[in-house]
Design a protein around this ligand. Sequence first.
Ligand code: URA
Length: 242
Amino acid sequence: MRLDKFLSNMGIGSRTEVKNILKMGIVTVNESVEKNGKKHIDVDKDVVMFEGSRIEYKPFIYLMLNKPKDYISATEPGNHYPAVIELVPEEFRHYDLFPVGRLDVDTEGLLVLTNDGVLAHDLLSPKKHVPKKYFAILDHKITAEDINIFLSGIKLDDEYICLPAELTDNVTREDAKTGVYVTLHEGKNHQVKRMFEALGNEVKYLKRIQMGNLILDETLELGEIKELSREELELLSGTKEK
Ligand code: URA
């Protein structure tokens, strides 16, 4: 890869800024000052330093967002709401990020942002049945019968029969009466809301708390973003079990 492309892709600056940085003689390749942006480097072997720190080559980036409500899961803003991409800190903006799947505008919680199309495709593929776990607050309490209906595959308003889903009462919280956890193995539009509607119930609040084996980091404030650790990435991609 050309040195100037490498430096700008790794977020050092725009193409013009990188040109000036190179002119200043503060970039070294294998310990020799390099001012020529056209020079080709081997991103795996060559050691590129900028202001004394090594610039590691990272083609892909994986971010966890605790999505707040009133943001759409998109790269461009909608008519009424901004896009989640606007929450991305400056240091990650140069990556071509997109959200992995969608949460409704009023849904909160775990949303992964990446530029890795292959991983996103794998996570969203209907064939893979990657589980997604939600916490929901309902209009009224669920029954044992509701749990069985979810397990055997509930029929939605358009006659679609959902894959078996696990529904559990939340007995440890104050809102135990109406707070439930639901795990889906597919991802239809507004699915959780439509499943409860089919039971004659209503979702008042919805938050995604898990995707694959990756659990939402509860220390993230709403709207806050962090880069996934290697372990979290393995949990997400399924190469590591819980
Ligand atoms: N199901 C819904 O109804 N909404 C979401 O945002 C996600 C799952």
